[in-house]
Design a protein. Structure first.
Length: 103
């Protein structure tokens, strides 16, 4: 059996909820932050309320906007590379005298 493959276990990990409730439990991290606990969850409280559905959608759209980037085909990449190489060659001096003047 392999040695030291399991994470460290904290018997008294502090769990904090967004509603302000905090309690201790066992976990692999010393401190855990949660959005919903048994004191504010609609199933346990019996109250009907929405749990920040708009915030979830907005955060997903924000992630999606950062992740989206322009997809370039191989032929476009080749054209860009070729144009870059041509531009680089055009910027070089034509004669040895021009090269010496720049140095």
């Amino acid at each position: 059996m392999k040695v030291d493959i399991h994470p460290k276990w904290f018997k008294t990990a502090k769990i904090s909820c967004a509603c302000g409730n905090s309690f201790t439990s066992g976990a692999t991290m010393p401190e855990v932050n949660v959005e919903v606990c048994s004191l504010c969850h609609p199933f346990y409280t019996g109250q009907m309320k929405y749990l920040d559905a708009a915030g979830r959608v907005e955060s997903f759209k924000q992630k999606l906007s950062h992740a989206s980037k322009k997809v370039i085909s191989k032929s476009e990449k080749r054209k860009i590379k070729q144009e870059k190489r041509i531009k680089e060659e055009m910027s070089r001096p034509d004669t040895l005298e021009a090269l010496r003047k720049n140095a």
